[in-house]
Design a protein around this ligand. Structure first.
Ligand SMILES: Cc1cc2nc3c(=O)[nH]c(=O)nc-3n(C[C@H](O)[C@H](O)[C@H](O)COP(=O)(O)OP(=O)(O)OC[C@H]3O[C@@H](n4cnc5c(N)ncnc54)[C@H](O)[C@@H]3O)c2cc1C
Length: 332
C-alpha cells in the first residue's frame, strides 16, 4: 500500500540526533506543517531544529490528495453562522495568502504544480450550496455556481472556486527540505518544559512547535477532547477520465476527484477512524461501474485530524504553555 507520491521518488537523507543540543526553536514533526515552518524560520534567520521520529513526510502528508485551495468543503457558511463575518473573512484572507505563497514557491520547483478550478458538489442538498454562495458573497468572494459537474455522479449543483491548484506534495517538500536543519529517526518521547527527550540526546529550546499531526503532549491542551480522526481511501486509476478540475463532495462520506498526469485519483469510502466505512471496496465498485476500462495503479489510505468547529487549531498549545505552539485539525 504505497501512495502514488511515495513511489519512485528520491528521498533526501538527514542525520539522527546523537548528543544534547540547544536551539531557539524546536519543531517536532517533519510533515508539511513542520517542514514549511522550518523553511520560513530559516528564511528569516531564526535558529531552529526539526526532529522527526522516522523519515520526513512519512505521515499523512505522504498520503494526501494534494489539492491546494482555499475552498474547504462548505466551510464559509458554517464559520459565518458560528463566528460571524469578520472571522469568516479572516479565514478566507489567511488561506488566500497561503495559496498565493504556494504559487510563488512552486514557480521554482518541479513539483507538477498546475492551476485547476475546484468544485464542492452536493448530491442532495442544493440549499447548502446556495447558503455557501451567499456566505461567500457576504465576505467579498465571488464564487461561481455550477448546475452540473462533468462527473458520473448525480448532483444538485456545485460551488466553484476558479484557478485553484494541485501538485505533487513530496516533490515540493523534498525540494524545500534540502538545506534545512533536520534530524530524522529522532523520536521525541517526552517534554520536560521546553526540553525534548529523545533516545540519544536532549534538545533544549526556547520555543517549541508541535507539528506531529495529532498534538502528542496530553498533559496540556486536551486535544484528545477536541480532535477526532477521519480515515479516507484513495485509488489511482489509469485509463479512467480527465475530469478537468478538482472535485469534492460536501458530505464527508462522499468522493473526491483529481488527475495527476494520466491518472485519476478517486478518494472516498471515508469513516471516523475505528468505525466501519465503505473503504476501497466502495471506490472499486464505483470504478468498475463508471470506468470499466480503467486499471488500478495505486491504492492507499490515511487519516486526518478533524476539529470540532471546522477550524484548524493553530497557535498557543495551551494557556499554561506560553512557549509551546501547535498546528493541527486541518479537516483534510
Ligand atoms: C486522504 C486524505 C486526503 C487529503 N487531501 C488533502 C488535500 O487535497 N489538500 C489539503 O490541503 N489537505 C489534504 N489532506 C489533509 C492533509 O494531508 C493533512 O492535514 C496534512 O498532511 C497534515 O500534515 P502534518 O504535517 O500536520 O502531519 P503529518 O504529515 O502526519 O506529519 C507529522 C509528522 O510528525 C512525526 N511525529 C509524530 N510524533 C512525533 C514525535 N513524538 N517525535 C518526532 N516526530 C513525530 C510523524 O512521524 C510525521 O512525520 C488530506 C488528508 C487525507 C487523509
Amino acid at each position: 500500500m504505497v501512495s502514488l507520491w511515495n513511489d519512485n521518488i528520491e528521498r533526501p537523507e538527514f542525520p539522527s540526533l546523537e548528543k544534547d543540543i540547544k536551539t531557539d526553536v524546536l519543531i517536532i514533526g517533519g510533515g508539511i506543517v513542520g517542514l514549511l515552518t522550518a523553511y520560513f524560520l530559516q528564511e528569516i534567520g531564526v535558529p531552529y531544529v526539526l526532529a522527526e521520529k522516522g523519515k520526513i513526510c512519512g505521515g499523512t502528508t505522504g498520503n494526501t490528495t494534494a489539492k491546494i485551495t482555499f475552498q474547504h468543503g462548505l466551510v464559509y457558511d458554517k464559520i459565518l453562522r458560528s463566528r460571524g463575518a469578520e472571522i469568516a473573512e479572516i479565514y478566507l484572507r489567511a488561506n488566500m495568502a497561503a495559496f498565493e505563497k504556494y504559487g510563488e514557491m512552486c514557480k521554482n520547483i518541479d513539483c507538477g504544480y498546475e492551476r485547476r478550478d475546484n468544485y464542492v458538489y452536493s448530491r442532495s442538498d442544493r440549499k447548502k450550496l446556495e447558503d455557501e454562495m451567499s456566505a461567500l458573497a457576504q465576505i467579498g468572494y465571488k464564487a461561481k455556481f455550477c448546475e452540473s459537474v462533468p462527473l458520473p455522479v448525480d448532483t444538485v449543483g456545485a460551488v466553484c472556486f476558479k484557478e485553484q491548484a494541485q501538485f505533487h506534495p513530496l516533490k515540493f517538500l523534498f525540494s524545500i527540505a534540502k538545506g534545512l536543519n533536520i534530524y530524522e529517526h529522532t523520536f521525541v518521547r517526552e517534554m520536560i518544559g521546553t526540553t525534548a527527550v529523545t533516545d540519544r540526546g536532549k534538545i533544549r529550546a526556547d520555543k517549541v512547535i508541535v507539528a506531529t499531526h495529532f498534538p502528542f503532549i496530553n498533559k496540556h491542551g486536551s486535544y484528545f477532547l477536541k480532535l477526532y480522526q477521519h480515515r479516507s481511501y484513495v485509488i489511482a486509476l489509469e485509463n479512467a477520465a480527465d475530469v478537468g478540475g478538482m472535485y469534492v463532495d460536501e458530505c464527508r462520506t462522499g468522493f473526491s476527484f483529481r488527475n495527476y498526469g494520466s491518472l485519476l485519483l478517486l478518494s472516498g469510502g471515508g469513516h471516523r477512524t475505528g468505525k466501519d466505512g465503505g473503504n476501497w471496496n466502495e471506490l472499486r465498485r464505483f470504478a468498475e461501474k463508471y470506468y470499466p476500462h480503467s486499471q488500478e495503479k495505486y491504492f492507499w489510505a490515511a487519516q486526518d485530524c478533524m476539529s470540532l468547529d471546522d477550524m484548524p487549531y493553530i497557535g498557543r498549545y495551551s494557556k499554561s504553555t506560553p512557549e509551546m505552539y501547535a498546528a493541527s485539525g486541518f479537516n483534510k
